[in-house]
Ligand binder design. Structure first.
Ligand code: SF4
Length: 209
């Protein structure tokens, strides 16, 4: 039986944002096409948003500098990533972005475990793959910002040359994007996971057009 787009996506959220879009950024049919592609790559939710709704903040670098073992150890984390001012400048060159959400269950999510790495790699590869598909659709500015950090190698080659430069992207947190405030602006839940057996969410952005 043929799969209908209506069965795969929640159009409610898209309509809310679509109402604010100037229709010339993306024809309506393309909204469906992009959502379908994202779902095929395994994303659970897709939200179209105005790039101006992406919130940046300087305090995020504190979380990277103090308390995160990845600082200065990965090509996808500070100080190798664009700083918050550069991120703001770049965001000002976009009108439309996609927020991609994955729901995950992993009782070891806070550990550097095989299961955690598998989830990270899946989200990373899906984000980069969707970015490529969007580029080929004509969205030549498409650029993915996955969450967390790159886990394609067990140990990042940084500061030596990246082993998979085509897959290298800055993480959205590493660019100074405040994920909590961005979700709030979209009216999405920002619930914290307090128990290891709870479902947790991971987020990617794709700057689109
Ligand atoms: S692909 Fe490997 S070397 Fe390149 S950023 Fe990712 S983990 Fe580091």
């Amino acid at each position: 039986m043929a799969v209908r787009v209506e069965d795969l996506i929640d159009l409610k959220d898209v309509r809310r944002v679509r109402g604010k879009q100037s229709g010339n950024i993306m024809p309506q049919d393309s909204f469906h096409q992009v959502e379908l592609l994202a779902k095929e790559l395994g994303f659970h939710e897709v939200h179209f948003m105005e790039a101006s709704d992406i919130v940046t903040a300087r305090w995020i670098i504190l979380k990277c500098l103090y308390g995160c073992a990845k600082y200065n150890t990965s090509w996808c984390c500070p100080p190798a990533t664009p700083d918050v001012q550069m991120t703001r400048d770049i965001l000002s060159e976009y009108e439309l972005a996609l927020l991609l959400v994955n729901e995950n269950m992993n009782e070891q999510f806070y550990r550097n475990s095989v299961a955690s790495r598998r989830i990270q790699i899946k989200q990373w590869k899906s984000t980069v793959a969707l970015e490529r598909k969007l580029f080929l659709m004509g969205y030549y500015k498409a650029f993915g910002l996955p969450a967390d950090t790159c886990a394609l190698c067990k140990e990042c080659a940084y500061p030596k040359q990246c082993k998979f430069p085509n897959e290298k992207r800055p993480t959205l947190e590493g660019c100074g994007i405040d994920v909590f405030q961005t979700l709030k602006k979209l009216g999405l839940s920002t619930g914290l996971v307090r128990k290891v057996e709870d479902c947790f969410y991971s987020y990617s952005l794709i700057l689109l057009a």
